[in-house]
Design a protein around this ligand. Sequence first.
Ligand code: NAD
Length: 418
Amino acid sequence: MDIYDHPTFRMACRQFDLVANHLQIPDSDRARLKYPKRSMVVALPIRRDDGAIQVFSGYRVQHHLTLGPTKGGLRYHPEVALGEVAALAMWMSWKCALTGLPYGGAKGGIACEPHQLSAAELERLTRRYTQEMIPFIGPQTDVMAPDLGTNEQIMAWMMDSYSMHMGYTVPSIVTGKPVGLGGSVGRREATGRGVGYLINRTMDVLGLEANKATAIVQGYGNVGSVTAFSLARYGVKVIAVSDVNGGIYNANGLDLWKLEKHNTDQRTVVGFPEADPITNEQLLTTPCDILVPAALERQITETNAAKIRCRVLAEAANGPTTPEADAILEQRGEIFLIPDVLCNAGGVVVSYFEWVQDLQSFFWTESEVVDKLFRILEGAFTQTVNLSRKQKISMRLAALSLGVRRVQEAKKTRGLFP
Ligand code: NAD
């Protein structure tokens, strides 16, 4: 499967191989579990505002369809590539299985710099992508959601384009839509809220007092900013955050409400008056109790893993830690890892709630959503901690083992067609 070759895909495959060895999965089952079921690559010509025509590359990878439709985000970022999307789709599969959702994993993306496109250009690009994907998506086939560089508005355009094609309104084609169009209350906050909940549970396990703890968040977008507010609500002091432009640090804690205003006005955290500037590299090695990478893959590598100084590493982003860095962190032993497939699962869990609400046209209150979300996360957290302790394996190996095992068993029980 050379078409997927990419550093992030190699990383996901290495993680899978470690899990497959641990679970003693027979060789005959491995390729079937590992490689994506199908992938689409599309050329997306759109008219720019100045009249020029530009062609963008779009991708969608559906990892497996054994347990139901596939589910996963849509990413707008200049470095989006088929292999990266395939790795993210694979992780979505293990995440959905770990949390018991009736989905396979998927991921999609368009290689573009969304901040350099006007709203009208983004709309044309999104609608064209949706149109190209119509043969492959549907509420029972593949359901998209926001990810890096995409948001509720993009989901609204996708839902509208699909509905126009069908001739009637189909809210369940995407999740993470605006609430007024059939979105779920609590979906926008779900990932960060879940990250906050799991960190709080980890503090219980470790006996860390929230009001004496400090946190650092890399990537102050949807997930990172909601995580910061959620931690602050538990009493944790957030001392540094960053975005693609750089970071800010204040040992006494950042005033998140003032930062919110600054970030909204300036569209970056950089330049916040009540803090010192710091680079993204410095941020990751600054001492703190809780480190939350919430931006991109492969941020914690063999180069900086030995220098990270935290008690809890909460992977809000997908794939922020490479397998080489994992080995170093495991050897060090003092850092409690909340692995990505568990840590950021709140997003897909509430996406699932949104899909269920849309299919039933019956909507829940925010407290119902949050209560059900925390119950699912609690179950996945407890199972992962228990397995990790029982088998004396890392939290990542425990979480991935639970996910991979469920998909393997489902494939085995269904059998091989024809
Ligand atoms: P977002 O676009 O809202 O925010 C991303 C943030 O990361 C921005 O602040 C951006 O400036 C920053 N960033 C980008 N490149 C950076 C770099 N090189 N260094 C530091 N910061 C950088 O995206 P998001 O939805 O918050 O997603 C963030 C991560 O969380 C991604 O890995 C995504 O796959 C993962 N995730 C998101 C969801 C969700 O519901 N949105 C769910 C699960 C996982």
